[in-house]
Design a protein around this ligand. Structure first.
Ligand SMILES: C[S@@+](CC[C@H](N)C(=O)[O-])C[C@H]1O[C@@H](n2cnc3c(N)ncnc32)[C@H](O)[C@@H]1O
Length: 279
């Protein structure tokens, strides 16, 4: 059965995603700031995307080797120039539980190999975070650190309205009557992640909800933002460029009606940052 992850995987547009690079990289570095210094750690970046930040993180923490894993061909093509002797990028499913789940890279090969498992803005594409975190924890060596950031804004009009437009004609019919669910709906509350980390044996932890205030030029720029992320699932499900354009136009109108045409527009964006270390 297709997972939200696999349905999202081929719809990434690195150029669209990078339009808000500064805003998107801030949480990455806030997450990195939670890492405790370790000498020459081995780093795994799960859902590494375009790889640029992965390579920068590798350098910043003085990692010995870094492996970035992603399942988007477009993202991995962008990542290729950032590879080096110590930085590799591989195609793989970060949700895979065992070898049978993936035809490419197998996370099972990496059990007990990482000093740091890092994942920025990717886990929301994967269902069942409790199981996923348990799986990712097995990738760590004794004393290893897990650092994960997920958006937590499913209740913002930018998400609510796209889900509503997906139930309207002709879009709902084009998606076979069942539009893909918002992956961010699977994101848990900060305190739930704290309990999960504790159960998994992370004796040290830091979990927080942070609101990132983005000042966009106009309200309509929210559409440009979501086109690079949450709307990608509708592009895949509609599988028709003209229909997707109509979807985006309808969504833009609903968004402007709801939020008003403001310039600049302040976009409050909630994210959960979690870090844990097994001692
Ligand atoms: C929002 S981007 C974040 C990229 C990068 N971590 C960053 O901070 O810029 C999410 C990435 O997760 C990847 N992804 C989503 N589901 C995945 C899965 N099941 N396995 C591997 N990668 C996945 C996507 O292809 C995409 O590159």
């Amino acid at each position: 059965m297709p997972t939200p992850a696999s349905s999202a995987k081929d719809s990434w547009d690195p150029q669209q995603y990078d339009r808000f690079q500064a805003e998107r990289s801030q949480p990455f570095w806030d997450l990195a700031a939670l890492l405790q210094p370790v000498a020459a750690p081995t780093l795994l970046d799960l859902g590494c995307g375009t790889g640029e930040l992965t390579a920068q993180l590798h350098a910043r923490i003085g990692a010995s080797t870094t492996l970035g894993i992603d399942n988007s061909t477009a993202m991995l093509e962008k990542a290729a120039p950032y590879a080096s002797d110590d930085v590799r990028f591989e195609s793989g499913d970060i949700a895979a539980v065992d070898a049978a789940d993936t035809g490419t890279f197998d996370l099972a090969d990496l059990v007990g190999s990482a000093d740091i498992v890092f994942s920025n803005a990717a886990m929301q594409w994967v269902p069942d975070h409790e199981s996923v975190l348990a799986r990712w924890a097995t990738l760590l060596r004794q004393g290893g650190q897990l650092a994960v950031q997920v958006p937590s804004n499913a209740d913002h009009p930018s998400h609510v309205l796209s889900a509503e437009v997906a139930t309207e004609s002709p879009f709902v019919e084009a998606m076979g009557g069942t539009p893909p669910p918002d992956p961010v709906l699977g994101v848990l509350k900060p305190e739930q992640y704290a309990v999960i980390l504790d159960k998994l044996g992370f004796t040290e932890q830091h979990v927080r909800l942070q609101v990132y205030g983005h000042r966009l030029d106009t309200t309509a720029d929210v559409v440009e933002w979501t086109k690079g992320t949450s709307l990608t699932r509708f592009r895949t499900a509609l599988n028709d460029d003209a229909l997707f354009d109509a979807f985006v136009a309808r969504y833009r109108q609903r968004l402007l009606d709801c939020l008003g045409e403001q310039s600049p527009f302040f976009y409050p964006f909630k994210r959960v940052l979690l870090w844990g270390r097994m001692t």
